[in-house]
Ligand binder design. Structure first.
Ligand SMILES: [Fe+2]
Length: 281
C-alpha cells in the first residue's frame, strides 16, 4: 500500500510519542538512539529509502504504549515480578490501541508491535518467528536490545558496546535475525555506532544529569547561562558551555508542573527526511 504522510500529522505523532517521557524520563534518549541504530542498520542492509524512513520513525514511537504502564512498574529499581512482567509485556499492543484510527498506524504498526518479538519465536506479544516478522521489526529488535544493554540506569551500569555486541552475535539466530546481527557487527567495526552510543550528534544533544544520567535534552535555543530541567529528578540547572556540550550547575529542585517537550532537533531532522512522494509500505 502507499501512504501520503502530511508534515502536520507526523509532527502530532512525534508530540504524542514525547508524552511517554512524562512517565519514563529515559524513553526520550532511548527512542532517539533506537531510531538512529535502526536507520544505520536499514541502510547497511540495503533497504530502500522508504523503508529506512519507516524504521527511523518507528524507533521514535515504538514504546508509545509505556504511557499505560503504572509508575511502580515502569520506574521500579530492580527486577520485576512475574505479574509485573506480564503487565510490561502489554506495552506493544497498548501502544497500537492508543493510536486507534490514527492515519499513520499503517506506517508504525510493525515497529510498535514487533520490537520485542524474537527471531526464534520466543518473544512477545504474538510469538511470531523468523521471516513471518517484518524486516522493520527484526531491525528494531536488535536496535532496542542493543540500546537497553548499553544504557546506564540508576540501578545498573550499562555494558560497553563490545560487550553488547558479543551478546548480539551470540544470540544471532535465537533472539536476533542473523543478517541484522551481522549488519550490527559491521557497523560497529566501522565505528558508525559511536556517536549514537555517546548520544551526541548535530541533531541531538543529551546532557547528563549528575543524579539520573543522560536524560536531559535541553531546549534547542538554550545557550551558555540558560536553564534546563531534568525530567527525572526535576533538578533545575544553569548550563555552562564547555566545548560542544554544557556543564550543569544545580539551582533548585523544582516542584512545579513538568511536561515533556518533543526534542525539536530530532523532530526537525526526521521532518527534513520526509519523502515528498507517497510512501510505499
Ligand atoms: Fe518496548
Amino acid at each position: 500500500m502507499t501512504v501520503k504522510i502530511e508534515r502536520a500529522v507526523l509532527e502530532s505523532l512525534l508530540t504524542m510519542a514525547s508524552f511517554v517521557e512524562a512517565r519514563d524520563a529515559y524513553t526520550g534518549g532511548h527512542a532517539w538512539r533506537v531510531s538512529q541504530y535502526g536507520k544505520l542498520l536499514a541502510e547497511e542492509l540495503g533497504l530502500d529509502k522508504d523503508d529506512v524512513f519507516v524504521v527511523r520513525l518507528g524507533g521514535l514511537v515504538h514504546d508509545l504504549g509505556k504511557v499505560g504502564i503504572s509508575d511502580t512498574v515502569l520506574n521500579k529499581m530492580g527486577p520485576l515480578t512475574d505479574n509485573e512482567f506480564a503487565l510490561m509485556h502489554q506495552h506493544p499492543e497498548a501502544g497500537l490501541a492508543a493510536l486507534g484510527e490514527h492515519p499513520l498506524v499503517p506506517v508504525v504498526r510493525e515497529a510498535i508491535l514487533e520490537h520485542h518479538e524474537r527471531y526464534d519465536g520466543g518473544g512477545y506479544p504474538t510469538r511470531q518467528r523468523g521471516a513471518s516478522l517484518t524486516v522493520i521489526g527484526r531491525i528494531l529488535g536488535v536496535a532496542d536490545a542493543f540500546d537497553a544493554m548499553t544504557s546506564t540506569r540508576p540501578y545498573r551500569a550499562g555494558m560497553t558496546g563490545e560487550q553488547a555486541l558479543a551478546i548480539v552475535t551470540q544470540e544471532a539466530g535465537q533472539q536476533f535475525d542473523p543478517s541484522v546481527a551481522e549488519a550490527m557487527n559491521s557497523l560497529f567495526k566501522k565505528g558508525s555506532l559511536l556517536h549514537v552510543l555517546g548520544h551526541a550528534s548535530d541533531e541531538h544533544l543529551m546532557l547528563d544529569c549528575p543524579v539520573c544520567g543522560p536524560v536531559i535534552a535541553p531546549p534547542e535555543d538554550a545557550g551558555d547561562g540558560g536553564d534546563t530541567v531534568c525530567p527525572s529528578c526535576r533538578g533545575r540547572f544553569t548550563m555552562h558551555r564547555r566545548g560542544d556540550t554544557f556543564d550543569l550547575e544545580l539551582q533548585e529542585v523544582t516542584t512545579s508542573l513538568y511536561m515533556p517537550q518533543p526534542d525539536r532537533r530530532a523532530v526537525s531532522s526526521i521532518l527534513a527526511a520526509l519523502p515528498a512522494h507517497q510512501l510505499k509500505i
